[in-house]
Every structure is written in structure tokens, then in C-alpha cells.
Design a protein around this ligand. Structure first.
Ligand code: SAM
Length: 470
């Protein structure tokens, strides 16, 4: 049977709250007419704050249960709206909270942490006030932009992966990156190079990645394209000329060619157009070499705070053996190793482990042991090859460590566990497992690692008080 299509309606609604993806949510109840009495419409609206009154146009309004929309008009600003941000500013998927004033963003994130912990039955009195940034702008040391199919160079629109918003400036990017963007964008226009079109797999330019160090000042620019620079020697030389002329700090300009695969890691060839293939950076006084595909903390100011907090909670000494699970390139491992007897790190990505090994060496640490392995298998193997640690720190991906890994950790039975989380929902789920093994929540410290986004980091200390499961 063909479904009835109802008329398009223009509705004035008041935003109730911001959901975990950053969309404004309001539940609209249709007035009692044409048999739709009490029917609900869940509206998810971009670029709003709670209390905003907005006008939206909804197609087939009574025939649907939900709609994701941009508003047509802001009729009244909610109390937490940052009025300094122009309302017509297109917001990329990277900054869904940009319209909310910073204190309200912090409260939203703290509440999110408390909410998930409360659902899991933990005492939210233990949650300390969130640590925000003094200057919550231009904090990223890495930006990755996409070339759109029709000449844009920017970020995907919130909720729409097909549309690229041409970036004029970004609240997240250091000024130097906006400047590089404009030079590369002009260069693209001058040579009429088309952006890559995902569906038809045509076009040339895919992404522009920029990295910089806030300590050394070094700058890396990487262009990802479907063909290599050897096919466009004049344009490639001109790009080098334009960028090196304007940016003294540019120590690495690379053109990465990959035509067939979507996996950049399998790039066909990397061409170094200028300088070397990495930049030097520093975090908490430790030196790191960072290549284009190396994972490295994107907000160094807050990352240093995270590391300091983790060290404080870990309270390690020169007698202790420490395990850093999901260790990546060693952001927590190096400072922990410097303050303990021995450190082992487990991480699934071999490239990160190779970086961690080199980073330890570059920093003169000779008490580290890094292992490429899946966390669960690695824990079992480590017990035989390295022994049991006195303290365990874990910093899993957004999905969390999961029950199997958490049970293995529980069986290790260290007195203290420091959990660094980038997703409060999976954090709460994982902590429930530790509770089963007799661990008690001691401290919960949320940190705003990514202002203007919905992400929140949390550092948690759990201590063992009793053993319920052997
Ligand atoms: C949040 S990051 C931690 C980064 C690390 N602390 C650092 O600063 O470099 C999570 C890490 O877990 C790794 N990972 C993901 N799944 C894994 C698994 N099953 N076993 C081990 N490591 C895994 C990822 O490669 C990533 O490096």
C-alpha cells in the first residue's frame, strides 16, 4: 500500500536540549487535527543551543517520526547562545557546539560524564569540576581538510558527508593553517585541479593535512591526491615555491599519491616535495617525531594536563612496574617510564609501537618494553614474558576496552587502575566490570580536550578494595 505523503509544514519550536551528537532536540506534538492527535515528531536541528526558538520547514511533517534539519530562522536566542558567533556561519561537522558559550559547553560535558556514571550506578559526587581551556580557540595542532567536488576546500557539513563547507577560517585551526589553506586553495583554482569525487572516483585532489608543533613551531603540509606530482611537474614546483616563500617554518611538504584504495596507509607513493618527512614536537618535556600518519594528541595544551593528571593519580615510584595498555606512540608511557622502574606498553598498531620504541630511545629511556598486540592477547602474553605490573593505565579507543579486556585487567589485580577515556558511555560500561572485581571509584576528572565538539575526556582512578571474583 502506498504511504500517504502529508503537506510540508513550517513550525516554530523551542530547543529542549542538545543530544550527545550535538544536535538540538525538540519533540513536537502535532495539534489534534486530521487524525494525527498526539502524534510526535522528533526534530534534530543543527547549530542551535537549548532555549533557542527557531523556525523550521519539515517536509511530510505528519508522515514522519523524525527529521534532521537546519533551521530557517532564529526567532529568539537561548540563554547560552554565544552571540559573538554570526548566526549565518556555516558549521562544519567538526564544531557542533560552536554556538554555545564556553561555560555552557563545559556544563554540558560534565553532565554527560555524570549522566553515564549515574546510569551505571556510580556516585557522581566523585566527579570533579571539568577542566576547561583558558583559550578554547585555535587549539588543534593538526587539521585535515577535504577538497569538495566543486572547488571547495574545507570540512564536511554537520550531518551531511556529501557537502564540503569551504573553510574561510576555523575556530579550531591555528592561523597559520588558515593561511596555508588559502594558498593551496588559490593554487588549486589557478591550475583548475578538480576535487576528488567519491562516487565516480574521478577528480584529482583529495585532502589537505596540516600539522604544526606549538613548541618547535615546525609545520608539515601534506597533499593527498589520486595521481602523483610527476604528472604535474610545473604545478608541483609552483606549490613548493608558493608555500616556502610564505612559510619559513615549513619543514615538510609531501604529496601522497593513492588512486585505488580508500586506505591511505596503502598509499601508492609518498613524494617529499620539500624538507623531510616528519616534524619534531614535544609534550610534557618529551620529544616526539611525528610523521603524516602518526597518531599524536591533537590538543597539546589539554593533552599535557591529561598526562599530568594521570601521573598524579598513578603516583608511581622507582620501585614500580607499570603497564600502559592501548599505549599508542607512548604519550603516557614515556612520563610513566621516567618515574618508574620499568614500563610495558601494548598497542595494536605496529606503526605506533615502532614510534613508541623510537620515542623512548630519543628520550634516553631504557626501561621500556613495547609490544604490538591486541589488548586481550597482549595481556595474557605479557604475564608470561614480562610478569605482572604494580599499576595499570589504559587509554582505549572510543568504543572502550570491552568486557573481555576488562575481565583480564580485573584478573591482573593491580591495586590501582588509571583509566583515561575519550567516551564517557564506554567508560561507564567498562568501570562496571572493574567493580565486579572489587575495585572502587576514587576520582573522576573530566577534561575538555576538544572545545566546540561533543567530545569529553575523563581520567579516572579505581582502587581495589576487595575480591569478589577470583
Ligand atoms: C585513545 S588512543 C590511545 C593513544 C595513546 N595513549 C597515545 O596518546 O598515543 C587508543 C589506542 O588504542 C589502540 N587500539 C585500538 N584497538 C586496540 C586493541 N584491540 N588492542 C590494542 N590497542 C588497540 C589504537 O590504535 C590507539 O592507539
Amino acid at each position: 500500500m502506498k504511504k500517504e505523503i502529508y503537506p510540508t509544514e513550517v513550525l516554530d519550536v523551542t530547543i529542549d536540549r542538545i543530544d550527545s551528537r550535538g544536535y538540538g532536540y525538540v519533540r513536537y506534538i502535532h495539534p489534534p487535527e486530521r487524525g494525527s492527535n498526539g502524534k510526535h515528531l522528533n526534530l534534530y536541528i543543527t547549530n542551535v543551543v537549548p532555549g533557542d526558538v527557531v523556525r523550521v520547514t519539515v517536509e511530510n511533517a505528519k508522515g514522519r517520526g523524525k527529521a534532521l534539519l537546519e533551521y530557517d530562522e532564529l526567532l529568539k536566542a537561548g540563554p547560552t547562545r554565544n552571540l559573538a558567533v554570526p548566526t549565518d556561519e556555516a558549521v562544519s561537522g567538526g564544531t557542533p557546539l560552536q554556538y554555545m558559550n564556553y561555560d555552557a559547553q563545559l556544563a554540558y560535558k560534565e553532565d554527560m560524564v555524570k549522566g553515564y556514571l549515574a546510569e551505571a550506578g556510580f556516585d557522581t559526587e566523585l566527579v570533579k569540576p571539568i577542566i576547561g581551556m583558558d583559550k578554547p580557540e585555535r587549539y588543534r595542532n593538526k587539521m585535515e581538510l577535504t577538497f569538495g567536488a566543486t572547488g571547495e576546500l574545507g570540512m564536511h557539513q554537520q550531518g551531511n558527508f556529501r557537502r564540503v563547507i569551504d573553510l574561510q577560517d576555523s575556530i579550531l585551526a591555528p592561523e597559520v593553517m588558515t593561511e596555508v589553506k588559502h594558498v593551496v586553495g588559490q593554487w588549486q583554482k589557478d591550475y583548475k585541479f578538480p576535487g576528488y569525487h567519491k562516487d565516480s572516483q574521478t577528480g584529482l585532489l583529495r585532502n589537505l593535512m596540516m600539522r604544526t608543533s606549538f613548541v618547535t613551531g615546525e609545520l608539515m603540509v601534506v597533499l593527498y591526491a589520486r595521481k602523483g606530482p610527476q604528472e604535474f611537474p610545473e604545478a608541483a614546483a609552483d606549490l613548493v615555491e608558493r608555500l616556502t616563500k610564505q612559510f619559513d617554518q615549513l619543514v615538510s611538504l609531501q604529496w601522497v599519491e593513492y588512486a585505488s584504495s580508500n586506505e591511505r596507509i596503502e598509499a601508492e607513493a609518498t613524494h617529499i616535495l620539500h624538507g623531510r618527512d616528519y616534524i619534531n614536537d614535544e609534550l610534557n618535556g618529551f620529544k616526539y617525531r611525528v610523521w603524516p600518519e602518526t597518531f599524536f594528541q591533537a590538543n597539546p595544551v589539554q593533552a599535557e594536563k591529561l598526562v599530568e593528571l594521570a601521573l598524579e593519580m598513578a603516583d608511581v615510584n622507582q620501585e614500580m612496574r607499570v603497564l600502559d595498555l592501548f599505549c599508542g606512540v607512548g604519550t603516557f608511557s614515556l612520563p610513566l617510564a621516567a618515574n618508574s622502574k620499568e614500563l610495558a606498553g601494548i598497542e595494536i598498531v605496529d606503526m605506533s609501537i615502532q614510534s613508541a620504541i623510537r620515542n623512548a630511545k630519543d628520550n634516553g629511556l631504557d626501561n621500556t618494553y613495547f609490544m604490538t598486540s591486541d589488548a586481550r592477547k597482549g595481556l595474557i602474553e605479557l604475564k608470561d614474558t614480562w610478569g605482572l605490573p604494580d599499576l595499570l593505565l589504559l587509554d582505549p579507543p572510543r568504543s572502550g576496552a570491552g568486557g573481555k579486556v576488562m575481565r583480564s585487567i580485573g584478573r591482573f589485580g593491580t591495586d590501582k587502575i588509571v583509566y583515561v577515556s575519550c567516551a564517557p558511555k564506554s567508560l561507564a560500561d567498562d568501570l562496571v566490570w572493574l567493580r565486579e572485581f572489587g575495585y572502587e571509584l576514587v576520582t573522576v576528572q573530566p577534561v575538555d580536550q576538544f572545545p566546540h565538539t561533543t567530545h569529553v575526556e575523563t581520567v579516572v582512578l579505581m582502587e581495589k578494595v576487595q575480591t569478589r571474583i577470583a
